[in-house]
Design a protein around this ligand. Structure first.
Ligand SMILES: C[S@@+](CC[C@H](N)C(=O)[O-])C[C@H]1O[C@@H](n2cnc3c(N)ncnc32)[C@H](O)[C@@H]1O
Length: 391
């Protein structure tokens, strides 16, 4: 496919997304119908679609309409490419620009539009991030880097880097965690490579790793990963110490690949239903990596940014509060309760912890940290709590 034909394909996929189709489904449908498209074509169309979804508002303004064409046109303008070089109508290229489309774009009417944040969210977003709000919103408009976690059970950081380098995958250490690497070249080779398949490295954002670094893990502890999902945090915790680790999720299907991932990583994790977890309680350490808006990972899943509503945020907050209360019940009297989200919104982070402390005065905060997407990781938050001796 020519570069212009790839843009036309992205326009068609985006029109389906605007009509209500999920991006992954629209991309899969396009790939099935387009047997002529090779892997590079598919990757390029996907990139165009995801760039447009990250920059949905600003690119629509720059392109003059909230359509697939408008979004792609706006993206070209932002990238400094003359759209008439691509919109030629030749072969499978997009049709030439209309007079309207050639007009100078109108300016942005407010920062939310310019920085691609929904209007209602700009105020909570900017008050949560303070002086970093614009930088964080700008970072959410960019593609996410690929981060790896070195599995210290199987290799040192230097050994893992050397094994990756042999496969043509270059990495740099990431400052957020001693086990974190950022892939600087060759990310597409990872999944078929030996280093990944032999469990030397896992795909995991550096802030996710840093959350686990904060936890007081040591040999012999009983640990519960409450809200384990696919088990990214479980695997990172199990790699850190010889712990007895139980993973739970309200939707056990989410943990279905965890036994295989654990065996690849050379660690043991017991996946248990909620009732079994209640019978096995209390645990020395309970981590709840709670469901959240996902605002810290909107670079990877940009549709979430536009789907979130104030009502949905309230629902999520109610679920988070319930999870904190339940997880507290499962924590041993002298144990540690850790709460984490991949959100940058105070409503889901510090506010949630303060509300918990005010309804559960026997608990006290012993540590808290936030990571911002503007610093090169996903946005994350973690807090650790214990029951106070006086409580
Ligand atoms: C942020 S994800 C977890 C990601 C995971 N810890 C990781 O690192 O890969 C949140 C998970 O919480 C689960 N969840 C939602 N409500 C829950 C509840 N009340 N109890 C337990 N898990 C819940 C969801 O199914 C989802 O898998």
């Amino acid at each position: 496919m020519t570069p212009a034909a790839r843009l036309q394909a992205a326009i068609e996929v985006l029109d389906q997304v605007i009509a209500g189709e999920a991006a992954e489904k629209a991309l899969t449908g396009w790939a099935r119908r387009s047997r002529f498209a090779g892997s590079k074509d598919r990757a390029s169309v996907r990139d165009h679609v995801f760039t447009a979804l990250r920059c949905f508002r600003s690119h629509a303004v720059l392109g003059g309409s909230l359509t697939g064409r408008g979004l792609i046109l706006g993206g070209l303008r932002e990238a400094g490419v003359d759209p008439s070089d691509m919109f030629t109508g030749e072969g499978y290229a997009p049709a030439p620009l209309s007079a309207e489309e050639q007009a100078e774009p109108v300016g942005f009417s407010n920062p939310a539009e310019e920085f691609d944040i929904p209007d209602w969210l700009w105020s909570p977003f900017s008050s949560s991030l303070g002086d970093n709000a614009e930088a964080a919103a700008q970072a959410l408009r960019q593609r996410a880097p690929v981060h790896l976690r070195v599995n210290l059970r199987k290799a040192s950081v230097a050994e893992a880097r050397a094994a990756l380098e042999e496969e043509g995958i270059s990495t740099e250490p990431h400052a957020a965690s001693p086990t974190a690497l950022e892939v600087t070249e060759g990310a597409r080779k990872l999944r078929n490579g030996a280093a990944y398949n032999n469990g030397l490295v896992e795909l995991q954002d550096a802030a996710s790793q840093a959350v686990v670094d904060m936890l007081p893990l040591r040999d012999g502890l009983s640990v519960l990963d409450y809200c384990a999902g696919g088990g990214g945090k479980s695997l990172a915790m199990a790699a850190r110490a010889q712990i007895r680790l139980t993973a739970q999720d309200i939707d056990p299907r989410r943990m279905k690949d965890l036994p295989e991932r654990a065996s690849r990583a050379g660690v043991q994790i017991s996946c248990q239903p909620t009732e079994a977890v209640r019978s096995a309680a209390p645990f020395d350490l309970v981590l709840c990596d709670a469901p959240c808006s996902g605002s810290g990972s909107w670079r990877r899943a940009p549709e979430g940014k536009w789907r979130l509503t104030p009502e949905r945020l309230d629902e999520i907050r109610a679920i988070q509060a319930e999870i904190l209360d339940e997880a507290a019940e499962l924590t041993a009297p002298d144990g540690v309760l850790a709460y984490a989200t991949c959100s940058m919104l105070e409503a889901e982070n510090g506010d949630q912890i303060r509300a918990f402390l005010s309804r559960s005065p026997e608990w006290q905060l012993i540590g808290e940290k936030a990571w911002g997407v503007q610093d090169g990781t996903d946005g994350f938050f973690a807090a650790m709590l214990t029951r106070s001796k006086a409580g």
